[in-house]
Write a protein that binds this ligand. Sequence first.
Ligand SMILES: CC(C)(COP(=O)(O)OP(=O)(O)OC[C@H]1O[C@@H](n2cnc3c(N)ncnc32)[C@H](O)[C@@H]1OP(=O)(O)O)[C@@H](O)C(=O)NCCC(=O)NCCS
Length: 375
Amino acid sequence: MDIDFDVKHGLEGVAVAISSISYIDGEKGKLVYRGFEIEDLVENSHFEETAYLIWFSSLPNENEIDFITSMLAKKRTLPKKIIEMMKSFPKNAHPMGVLRSVVSLLGMYSKKDSSTLENAINLTAKIPTIIAYWYRIKNNLPLIPPKESLKHSENFLYMMFGEIPKHSDLFDKALILHLEQGMNASTFASTVTASTLSDIYSIITTAIGTLKGPLHGGANEKVLNMFKEIKSVENVEPYIYTLISNKEKIMGFGHRIYKTYDPRAKILKHWIKDLFLKDNVEYFEIALKVEEIVIKEFKEKKIFPNVDFYSGILYNYFNIPSEFFTTIFAMARIVGWTAHAMEYRKNNRIFRPRSIYNGPKGLKYKEVKGVEKNG
Ligand SMILES: CC(C)(COP(=O)(O)OP(=O)(O)OC[C@H]1O[C@@H](n2cnc3c(N)ncnc32)[C@H](O)[C@@H]1OP(=O)(O)O)[C@@H](O)C(=O)NCCC(=O)NCCS
């Protein structure tokens, strides 16, 4: 066996880049974007402004906010041929598969093959249209074209449902919570693609494919499906203890970096609690009971709710089907993905790690009787 190298399983504790985009204190449960605490940003900012902060390193002035808002608003439309192709997709295709495929298709319609900020904004503007159009196509509903006068998040809800629901500001703030999170799996995967000097469509296709997995962004869909299966607060105990005794992972819990309550989950829980006091919010009481048991049972392993545990309850409140949840995550995280790709490219070096070979050596080819020889 080749023993010159150590294997860091899952790259735990390995830093692969120096970055000024975000900072996480996993012990204290802090998340900071470009120096601003996430609590401050969700309280006072909105999607366009925080996206500008992540891309350009500082909060925008009045002209700059107008610039980013109009750039995001003007680039929302999709080429007609792509819409036609989407109409021919199988109706049961998973929305994340559709999103990954349409981003990839868009790459063929792009004249410029570079990874500039302009391309990043263009793709960020189009992702909500892809998601909303797929929702409408899948449900045999007429498409609702984007409206330039609406904010990024409002326009998305409008294209989905034909109206802007009450409390839509919470949806906007939820996007802020998902914009960026250091060198997570999808950001790392897309940074690897960026490091080969590939184009932005390939970078984001990589990222979406990685986010889709249930150990990463796909967990939010699984969490809601778990709540649906549990059905009522009385069923929580037997359901969760069965998962624990079967040594199955409980979706929406645990994190590589946070060893305390994920600050994003804390904020989401607070909003949902407020909504719950005023309105009918499905699954909140079930979630509270699940959380109570999991925190108690996994005290030593420091397993707490992560962002995906509560986000689905909010999306479900807005009538977004659970299979679309991870696309909402992607709609926000594209900002972080593109910011990291551009930052890494400033001092680019291709990622090329090693694997340690533990297979046989020195075998000699032997002719297998009855198998025709090459040539
Ligand atoms: C997020 C996650 C992938 C992090 O993985 P990781 O850093 O590699 O941590 P590990 O899977 O090695 O977990 C460490 C220990 O905690 C346990 N653990 C971690 N998350 C758990 C969960 N959700 N439910 C039950 N046990 C869990 C593991 O079984 C492991 O126990 P062991 O040491 O006895 O083997 C993991 O916590 C997980 O699978 N969570 C569920 C999926 C999820 O919610 N993903 C969204 C993340 S934002």
